[in-house]
Design a protein around this ligand. Structure first.
Ligand SMILES: *[C@@H]1O[C@H](CO)[C@@H](O)[C@H](O)[C@H]1NC(C)=O
Ligand SMILES: *[C@@H]1O[C@H](CO)[C@@H](O)[C@H](O)[C@H]1NC(C)=O
Ligand SMILES: *[C@@H]1O[C@H](CO)[C@@H](O)[C@H](O)[C@H]1NC(C)=O
Ligand SMILES: *[C@@H]1O[C@H](CO)[C@@H](O)[C@H](O)[C@H]1NC(C)=O
Ligand SMILES: *[C@@H]1O[C@H](CO)[C@@H](O)[C@H](O)[C@H]1NC(C)=O
Ligand SMILES: *[C@@H]1O[C@H](CO)[C@@H](O)[C@H](O)[C@H]1NC(C)=O
Length: 429
């Protein structure tokens, strides 16, 4: 019953966001604190979301890991110099910091997230596949190992099928076989592949009762509806109805230190909300959440979304890394490197032999039944506990997630937005 009054884990995140700006220059928690990253990463997360959203067709889902992208770009910037570096840093919002401080902060963040517990499985990790015969600077690989949990291994890219199999085996091992066969083909001229993955498996603190799940319509837009399995949960939730800003907010805690904040824009207001949303709105909503009796209706979904990021990153200011002017002399002083592709899932890369291309693959777990994108009743706890949460005195409010909504999965010990997304169509593959 403790769980009934458990407060929303987003609290810590948003409070940090509120305070961090002014702690930036005199951080009392020491340089190592990952919390210096949180307001900066939150701003980056919304900038990233808005750009990706502009490129996403109507009715399409969005789901990505802003934290994964920030971490991967920081791994890249560790080896970048000159303008290549400053562009990465200004896009990430890190211009006021130096690389050493950022690395320390990520080291701390990885360490905090590494204290994983049984109920909540959250892993952020990275690997570096290095071409056999190519030797990146030991300082670079050392930094990746030390601060980014990076695991370095050699791959014979000149034998592409074996290289593909090797990288896939490695990723499968690192993700408990949840991600298999991610890499389809690799260019023989690659020097190095940076791999970043976020693996999350959350269990609702209070599971849905499967017996209450029923078929219902979900309105993708004014003309399109699809049939979904609509879960139902009655009880007390962190809730806020923001009439000024056309949104209904519900916060659902997972076991452990994560929670899902749902933002349901009023009908036909999705675009408006997507236009203004930023960390200040999230903070305001968080501050105003209160416990209310709800009948919450939420569709079950398991979606998989590919997010190519090259055009997004270029538009956000990371251009030199892709060009022949790229300066990755912090990775190698022998070979000139540049970025060829960034995104998820991997792409076919056709590069010509001049300088050697560097590829980053970002891996997010998306398809598995128990993965973050799979939202279901998950849990074995007795439904009796659920029904007991109803307060007989007040009439519950219906919150029906039967039209597109936004989700933010946050981790509160590191104050990170781990995933951000828009569920436009729960039935889209
Ligand atoms: C913290 O940062 C300051 C300047 O930014 C530096 O002088 C000091 O050595 C750093 N301390 C640690 C423990 O890294
Ligand atoms: C790239 O070209 C050089 C000569 O310009 C050649 O020696 C080298 O083998 C080529 N590398 C690849 C991967 O094709
Ligand atoms: C939550 O985070 C704190 C650190 O802030 C940690 O000590 C604790 O073990 C975490 N709890 C769970 C259940 O993950
Ligand atoms: C609407 O959002 C703005 C900006 O976050 C906030 O100042 C205002 O209080 C919000 N309105 C309500 C009713 O919460
Ligand atoms: C690097 O990869 C990109 C993307 O595939 C390609 O367009 C470009 O020609 C490659 N550059 C070199 C020098 O191989
Ligand atoms: C769900 O329904 C079945 C069959 O009606 C029943 O046996 C079971 O106890 C119910 N479970 C819960 C958690 O209420």
């Amino acid at each position: 019953m403790r769980s009934i009054f458990a407060s929303c884990a987003l609290a810590a995140l948003l409070l940090a966001v509120a305070q961090a700006d002014h702690h930036m220059h005199h951080n009392h928690e020491g340089n190592m604190s990952c919390h210096v990253l949180s307001p900066l990463n939150a701003d980056f997360a919304f900038a990233l979301y808005k750009n990706v959203n502009r490129r996403t067709g109507p009715g399409k889902n969005i789901f990505m890991s802003p934290l994964g992208v920030s971490a991967a770009l920081s791994m890249l910037s560790t080896g970048a110099r000159g303008k290549t570096h400053s562009q990465l840093f200004s896009t990430l919002g890190y211009s006021e910091m130096d690389q050493a401080r950022v690395n320390e902060a990520y080291g701390h963040l990885f360490q905090m997230l590494g204290q994983s517990q049984q109920e909540q499985k959250l892993d952020l990790g990275s690997s570096v596949a290095v071409r056999t015969g190519f030797s990146p600077l030991p300082t670079y690989l050392g930094d990746l190992q030390k601060y980014y949990n990076g695991e370095v291994f050699n791959v014979d890219f000149s034998n592409p099928s074996e290289a593909v199999a090797q990288i896939n085996r490695h990723i499968a091992a690192k993700t408990q076989d949840k991600i298999k066969d991610m890499v389809k083909d690799l260019d023989p001229a690659l020097a190095m592949v940076l791999i970043n993955f976020v693996y999350f498996r959350g269990q609702w603190e209070r599971p849905f009762d499967k017996n209450l799940t029923a078929k219902a319509d979900f309105h993708v837009d004014g003309n399109t509806k699809v049939e979904v399995d609509m879960m139902k949960k009655m009880g007390r939730f962190d809730y806020y109805q923001d009439n000024d800003n056309h949104s209904t907010i519900v916060c659902l805690p997972y076991k452990g230190n994560t929670s899902m904040m749902i933002v349901l824009p009023d009908e036909n207001k999705m675009e408006v909300v997507e236009g203004f949303i930023n960390k200040d709105y999230l903070r305001n909503w968080h501050d105003k959440l209160y416990k209310n009796n709800l009948n919450l209706f939420m569709p079950k979904f398991a979606i998989s979304v590919a997010t190519p990021l090259d055009e997004t990153l270029k538009e956000m200011g990371v251009t030199e890394a892709y060009s022949d002017l790229a300066d990755f002399s912090g990775m190698s002083d022998e070979i000139k490197l540049k970025v060829s592709k960034v995104g998820h899932p991997p792409y076919r890369i056709n590069n010509k032999n001049k300088s050697v291309n560097l590829t980053i693959f970002l891996f997010w777990l998306q398809v598995s039944h128990q993965a973050v994108l799979s939202v279901d009743e998950t849990g074995t706890e007795a439904a009796a506990a659920t029904t007991m949460e109803i307060m007989p005195m007040s009439l519950p409010v219906d919150v029906m997630l039967n039209r597109p909504f936004l989700v933010f999965i946050t981790e509160h010990s590191t104050k990170s937005i781990i995933f951000a997304g828009k569920i436009s169509n729960p039935t889209a593959a």
